[in-house]
Design a protein around this ligand. Structure first.
Ligand code: F6P
Length: 746
């Protein structure tokens, strides 16, 4: 009923307003019609009397003019008749002729011919009385107009009744339609929620209006079901066991292969021939390593460590993690030329700046492209080599391997290939400048599932394919069909493990604060901001320093009390762009320290070296704020790590609006890193923020990171893979039953 009222009320109000406007209009029209009628009637009476009047005026003995008038006024609505002389005096008149209307007034009436008297309104018409061309006087015919008012009252009433009737009928029809539609929608929703779909068995559509949201709704139901079925009853968050259960129950133990450029563990030779094991500073490794620990399988990656060859067996494999082996790395060796062309050249001087809006110009060289193709082919071959079955699940990672999915598909047509693109995807105009754009897209569309961090990147990818390839792009089912198997394009926001392994042996926050301050030679009560990145121009490190500088300029109360610690792991350092960045970052830190530093105080503390995850977590816990100022970033896991590190629910996160993480961690102070003044102001807010507000914000963010952790990220992809594989198996069973020879029936 409430729903119906929503339609009826505005309708009723609109119709009442129309009625209100229409009534005076109808009144005016009716009056015009009546006046015109009375004009005609008066003319007829005047014509009828003219001849007789002429006779009586010539020969008064022939009869009484007044008598003639009295007989005429007996006609319906005729009120009075009078005759005025050519000089304008009333010569004869019927008895009721009103004294207020003399000949002069009657002759002066022009347009509406109406006179309002105490007795009521009169219509007055003056017609000349003629004999030939001689004018003998003027006949004044008066009609009683009180009937007009009566009629107009009546029509007003009819109009009100009419509109009320219309409202009633329309309301009734609306209520019936609303009620029936509502029931239809509820039934349709129920059918969709129960998995019945929008099409009946006879092929007709249940509720066509729900078509546009059918795919979304199904995806939501699937997500919820996935979550429900994978959550451990005793733990309310996704855990490694949930992944293992998916592998066991949904994927029936199918094998998992990961392909990435960066390996999760590097063996590095130090002085004195000692071999160190290092975990690289990489968001990809941060996310996938815990997943692999849970799933086992094989991780195929470039063996880049200086002692990597010494650590592998005869098949180039090594089990990791070193302390508790759970999966193996299969290392692929690249020559200097291959690494230069494929990794430094095409991937990091071409695709990296192409996909990030960070104002670095992409460089495309044909030689690099050739190496990129060759290395993708090498990795695809290793996948085939490592696969123990004809249909493994292959997780291809990142922009280093855009071509590998199709190459793998050609050799292992039954494989489920899930490609995850860890960096942003640009719009079609930007992507269109890549000389080998079609080849890259075709390569990626060899995947069964293609994942991005945000819906925005998925949409950019749809637009790009739509613009550049002859493919069928179905945004309703998030699918692209390009010559053969379809590719599902989906959003899987990446995350970190919960709880993070690096947190396990951390001392209490107070100890971390003390230890870090002692190490940095800071007073015990110094306020500390941190930035943790690879040394990359997309991270906005220079802009971050400028914000610190502006803060100290405009808020001198922080001078001497607040320092900003920037950790930056050297990255891709053989490229000019990265070497320039290092110079500029060092120079900016030096300049700001020169300007504001004094003995015992440096505003910027710059450590351009590799830190272990444990060291980084200790620093997170020691800081008042963490500033992530990426100029463009697929997700940015530093933001999530900082949140995960703060069990004390203290600390403030300043987060660039250009990161994928900003769409999830909305309780951070979201900033535009290009707006230096805004960022400085946000830093000031962070440093002054009340502990209770810090707690409220941090608590909300911690819930989110805990809930949407990396096991959920991987789990959702694996569940989607399982669903796809199940559907394919059912379809191939159906096909083989149909095609099977029918024996005796033949
Ligand atoms: O952000 C893209 C990405 O591949 C991440 O997944 C990873 O953190 C980073 O780049 C590492 O880059 P590289 O492997 O070149 O050191």
């Amino acid at each position: 009923m409430r729903l119906s009222l929503r339609f009826i009320l505005p309708l009723g109000i609109a119709l009442a307003a129309i009625a209100y406007a229409v009534v005076p209009l109808v009144d005016r029209l009716a009056l015009q019609w009546f006046v015109r009628d009375l004009d005609d009637r008066s003319a007829i009476i005047a014509r009828g009397l003219n001849e007789r009047l002429v006779e009586l005026l010539r020969d008064p003995a022939g009869g009484s003019i007044v008598g003639l008038f009295e007989r005429t006024v007996r006609q319906e609505r005729v009120f009075a008749i009078g005759l005025c002389t050519p000089q304008g005096t009333l010569a004869y008149a019927s008895s009721r002729f009103p004294s207020q209307v003399d000949c002069a007034r009657a002759l002066a009436l022009t347009d509406d011919h109406m006179v309002a008297l105490a007795e009521g309104p009169l219509h007055v018409e003056v017609t000349p009385v003629k004999s030939g061309s001689a004018r003998l006087g003027s006949l004044v015919v008066m009609h009683d107009m009180s009937f007009v008012e009566r009629r107009s009252d009546e029509s007003r009433m009819y109009i009100v009744y009419l509109f009320a009737g219309i409202v009633a009928v329309v309301a009734l029809i609306t209520v019936i339609i609303a009620e029936l539609s509502w029931r239809g929608w509820v039934a349709g929703f129920k059918a969709l929620l129960s998995g019945a779909g929008s099409t009946r068995e006879d092929g007709t559509t249940r509720v066509p209006e729900l078509r546009p949201i059918e795919a979304d709704l199904k995806a939501l139901v699937r997500d919820l079901e996935t979550e429900r079925s994978t959550r451990d009853d005793s733990h309310t968050v996704w855990a490694p066991e949930a992944l293992r259960r998916i592998l066991r129950e949904d994927l029936k133990g199918d094998e998992i292969l990961i392909v990435s450029n960066r390996e999760p563990y590097l063996h590095v030779r130090r002085e004195g021939n000692v071999i160190d094991i290092q975990r690289p500073a990489s968001g990809l490794v941060t996310a996938l390593e815990p997943v692999m620990r849970a799933c086992s399988g094989t991780w195929i990656a470039h063996g880049a460590g200086s002692a990597d060859r010494d650590a592998v067996d005869q098949y180039d494999r090594v089990m990791v993690p070193p302390d508790k082996p759970a999966y193996r790395i299969r290392r692929v060796w690249l020559s200097k030329e291959e690494e230069q062309g494929y990794y430094y050249g095409f991937a990091n001087e071409g695709l990296w700046p192409l996909c990030h809006i960070a104002h670095a110009r992409p460089v495309f060289r044909a030689e690099d492209w050739e190496q990129y193709k060759a290395v993708n082919r090498r990795f695809a071959d290793v996948v085939v080599d490592e696969a123990r079955s004809e249909d493994p699940i292959v997780l291809v990672q990142d922009y280093h391997f855009a071509l590998a999915p199709r190459m793998i598909r050609e050799r292992l047509p039954l494989a489920t290939i899930i490609t995850f693109w860890h960096i942003p995807w640009p719009n079609p105009e930007v992507f269109g400048i890549l000389p080998w754009r079609e080849e890259v897209l075709e390569g990626m569309l060899g995947s069964s599932i293609l994942g991005f961090h945000t819906q925005f990147h998925c949409n950019n990818f749809f637009d790009t394919v739509d613009r550049l390839l002859e493919a069928r792009v179905d945004r309703e089912t998030f699918t692209i069909s390009y010559g053969g198997e379809p590719t599902e394009v989906r959003r899987y926001p990446i995350s970190i493990e919960w709880p993070p392994a690096a947190l396990v042996n951390q001392p209490p926050v107070e100890d971390c604060r003390r230890r870090v301050r002692e190490r940095l030679n800071l007073p015990a009560d110094a306020l500390l901001g941190v930035g943790v990145d690879r040394l990359d121009y997309t991270k906005g490190i220079l802009e971050r320093f400028l914000a610190v500088e502006h803060l100290l300029e405009t808020k001198p109360q922080w001078l001497g009390r607040y320092s900003f610690l920037q950790i930056a792991a050297p990255s891709r350092s053989s490229l000019d762009e990265y070497q320039n960045l290092e110079h500029r970052v060092r120079a900016a830190a030096q300049r700001i320290n020169g300007r504001f530093g004094r003995p015992g105080y440096q505003p910027i503390l710059l450590l351009l070296e590799h830190h272990t995850a444990e060291q980084v977590y200790e620093i997170y816990r020691a800081a008042e704020l963490c500033y992530v100022s990426s100029l463009h970033d697929g997700m940015n896991l530093v933001a999530k790590e900082f949140v995960a590190a703060r069990e004390d629910e203290q600390g403030v996160l300043l987060l660039s609006q250009f990161t994928g993480a900003a769409r999830e961690l909305v309780e951070a102070l979201i900033v535009n890193p290009y707006d230096i003044q805004q960022c400085a102001a946000a830093m000031d807010v962070a440093l002054s923020m009340h502990p209770e507000e810090q707690r409220a914000r941090m608590r909300a963010m911690r819930h989110l990171v805990q809930e949407f952790n990396v096991y959920r990220w991987a789990g959702r992809m694996l569940i989607d893979a399982a669903r796809m594989r199940h559907r394919r198996r059912v379809l191939s069973r159906v096909r083989s039953t149909r095609l099977a020879p029918t024996g005796t029936q033949g």
